[in-house]
Design a protein around this ligand. Structure first.
Ligand code: GAR
Length: 192
């Protein structure tokens, strides 16, 4: 099923726009990249990001999220058909259960739009601005049973300027996300 023997095989979970997926696909196509994306799964059948997978002829699946148990057992069944090294969450807006993490048995990484351990969960940018933080940023971390709490693989920060609002900050941080996620994956895979 893999196109490039020798490269590590990853799956990506998304929920929406998929700009991080797009950057991962672009990076994975580089000759010297350490990984290839074998499949993309979205819990949202209408996720725009699925189109990036389609365009690149990467297997893609929308799995309706009627409830956590059903979604997880269906996606697990699918993942098990591939000999994966890693699962990457890229704008995947559901929390995976500890049973899924255990049963999947391979590492899972996530990208989060804050300088963890600060601002776990949602609305990270508005909370950072409200708290008059000097810096915001993005973190790639290992997924464990606790929300946004696993070991941090890579982080990058960006200054919050007086003129910044949620929209401008989101844009700045997203740019950083696209930069650090592929780097973090390669760093992680090198140390596997
Ligand atoms: C990204 O900012 C990502 O960090 C965030 O959702 C956005 C998805 O954008 N993820 C989370 O907040 C996860 N808790 P994208 O679909 O364009 O990659």
């Amino acid at each position: 099923m893999e196109k490039y023997p020798g490269k590590k095989k990853i799956a990506v979970f998304i929920s929406g726009r998929g700009s991080n997926l797009k950057s991962l696909i672009k990076f994975s196509k580089k000759k010297n990249s350490l990984f290839e994306i074998l499949l993309v799964v979205s819990n949202n059948l209408k996720a725009g990001g699925l189109n990036y997978a389609k365009k690149s002829k990467i297997k893609n699946f929308g799995i309706r999220y009627s409830n956590k148990t059903k979604f997880e057992s269906q996606s697990l069944k699918l993942l098990k058909q591939y000999d994966l090294d890693l699962l990457c969450l890229a704008g995947f807006m559901k929390i995976l259960s500890s049973s899924f993490i255990k049963k999947f048995s391979k590492p899972i990484l996530n990208i989060h739009p804050s300088l963890l351990p600060k601002y776990k969960g949602l609305n990270t940018h508005s909370r950072a601005i409200k708290n008059k933080e000097k810096f915001a940023g993005a973190s790639v971390h290992k997924v464990n049973q606790k929300l946004d709490s696993g070991k941090i693989i890579l982080q990058k920060k960006v200054k919050i300027l007086k003129k910044d609002n949620v929209r401008s900050l989101k844009k700045k941080v997203l740019k950083i996300e696209h930069e650090i996620y592929p780097k973090a994956i390669e760093k992680f895979l090198t140390n596997l």
